[in-house]
Design a protein around this ligand. Structure first.
Ligand SMILES: [Zn+2]
Length: 382
């Protein structure tokens, strides 16, 4: 028999059509998870190798706090692309090729998951509101706005995560500006055009709206940073700022931070890549310090830090670090897991497949990613 709360939750969902709570989901009491995508594709040499690293915090301090997996790999399969969206969806679904191309309006691939993501598994298993399951994204990657939920008919939008990105902030901002009125004809036309451009970036039209808690988050962000975009930090520093602010106000139980800037090496010289690694290293240190200083998160949080993909080693090319040539190095990643309930100061010295990340996070949080191709890594648990 249903309790009254469950009955009401189910009834509300049926009427509103945007279920916030699955009818039978349990209270969540497990650890919080911060999944840090060491993204934009990085090689082991410049990250976890002590002789070449630009990430001293990662190598010298954080590795001791947990289990380092130096030999994680993206499986060599036909059609597997060693790239950012693909690797990110491998991490979120625990599968390969669990996505489809939804077409491109911007000369970029836009993939959407065809299998459930960690966000959906979690929210189907536990009574957690959408604003406590967060994806923090870079400002010029609207293609990653699709990752908040997949197309699996048993999961999907009712169990989505919320997204924090400048893209989402701008959507909030133009809606506010239009609601505030008093713009004058020319300014109003400009803002309407801006809104149309933003909406055109997602064929799913961002339905449903950002939740009230997320809108309150953007309200405060706008108060502090204004409308023009000149005051807020940029690039991966912006992601750190968004994530730290979210930890303090939204209290996420699962948050993925999609760092990306090492990828600017596509356009420039190697220093773009190595400097970006240092910026992520510093951002990660700030995230860890924030968690360590907050009783809500301290001793009850696990960090999972891992790249989306590796990069090639092509010394003969002008820019030696690409990742589209399907070389061995582009398939080579790593992972570091540390925090509550995780072994300390351990190197897990065997080859681990990238598809193990999702089932391991699922096991840490107490649910099963049952569509994953892999199993949880038992060696991670203390
Ligand atoms: Zn790239």
């Amino acid at each position: 028999m249903l309790t009254r709360r469950q009955f009401n939750a189910g009834l509300g969902a049926a009427i509103v059509g945007t279920s916030a709570h699955p009818a039978l989901a349990a209270e969540y009491s497990g650890p919080n998870i911060i999944l840090v995508r060491y993204g934009g594709g990085v090689r082991r040499f410049e990250t976890i190798d002590p002789t070449g690293t630009y990430a001293p915090n990662l190598v010298n301090r954080l590795a001791r706090r947990g289990v380092m997996i130096p030999d994680m790999r993206i499986e060599q399969l036909d059609d597997v692309n060693t790239s950012h969206a693909e690797g990110t969806l491998n991490l979120l679904t625990g599968r390969y090729l669990a996505y489809r191309d939804v077409g491109s309006g911007f000369a970029i691939d836009r993939l959407e998951p065809t299998e459930p993501t960690l966000f959906e598994y979690l929210r189907q298993s536990f009574d957690i509101p959408s604003h406590q399951v967060l994806l923090v994204n870079g400002e010029d990657r609207p293609q990653e706005e699709f990752f908040t939920f997949g197309m699996n008919p048993h999961y999907g939008i009712s169990y989505r995560s919320e997204m924090l990105s400048l893209h989402r902030f701008k959507l909030f901002k133009v809606a506010q500006q239009l609601a505030e009125g008093d713009l004058g004809e020319e300014a109003q036309a400009k803002i309407l055009q801006q809104r149309d451009d933003l909406l055109a970036a997602d064929h799913r039209a961002f339905a449903p709206d950002q939740s009230p808690a997320i809108q309150a988050f953007w309200h405060d962000w706008r108060r502090d940073y204004g409308d023009d975009g000149f005051k807020n930090p940029r690039g991966d520093r912006l992601l750190t700022a968004l994530a730290i602010r979210a930890l303090g106000s939204l209290r996420p139980r699962l948050m993925m931070v999609n760092y990306q800037d090492p990828d600017y090496v596509h356009w420039g010289n190697a220093s773009h890549y190595t400097r970006a690694i240092s910026v992520i290293d510093d951002g990660l240190a700030q995230l860890v310090a924030t968690v360590d200083a907050d009783p809500f998160y301290r001793d009850n949080t696990v960090f999972v830090v891992t790249p989306d993909c590796g990069r090639d080693e092509n010394p003969l090319l002008d820019v030696p670090f690409q990742h589209h040539f399907n070389t061995r190095a582009a398939h080579e990643t790593w992972a570091l897991v540390f925090g509550a309930g995780v072994e300390k100061n351990r190197v897990l010295d065997r080859t681990i497949d990238q598809s193990a990340i999702a089932p391991t996070i699922a096991a840490l949080m107490g649910f099963e990613a049952h569509r994953s191709e892999n199993r949880a890594l038992a060696e991670v648990f203390a």
